[in-house]
Ligand binder design. Structure first.
Ligand SMILES: [Zn+2]
Ligand SMILES: [Zn+2]
Length: 108
């Protein structure tokens, strides 16, 4: 039986298209395995952040396409999510979903 990886609860991911806060969703993946992911709170946006996939747009019946340039944590190898956007410098900061991981990646 596979277990869901722990996701930190102190910060929430932002959508990589809208920079809106995403909300956590627990989706049944199989009878005894739930996958945790986040989805954009914009109702017309279908972007999700999955603990194993990073940012994806899920499509019914199709394998989700991974986002090119999705950063991964150097320490944990986990897909990182956006925690802040600096509109003046036009850069975004990514954090690792591992609880208490201090790794950050800044992208312009
Ligand atoms: Zn969005
Ligand atoms: Zn990490």
């Amino acid at each position: 039986m596979l277990h869901s990886l722990a996701m930190r609860a102190d910060i929430l991911p932002l959508c990589d298209e809208h920079y809106r806060t995403m909300e956590p969703v627990l989706a049944p993946y199989s009878a005894d395995y739930f996958i945790e992911f986040f989805r954009c709170t914009d109702k017309f946006c279908h972007r999700c952040f999955g603990e194993r996939t990073g940012y994806i747009t899920p499509q019914r019946g199709a394998t989700p396409v991974l986002t090119p340039n999705q950063p991964n944590c150097n320490r944990h190898g986990r897909p990182m999510f956006i925690i802040s956007l600096d509109r003046q410098r036009n850069n975004v900061t990514y954090a690792c979903p591992e609880p208490d991981c201090p790794e950050r990646v800044v992208r312009t």
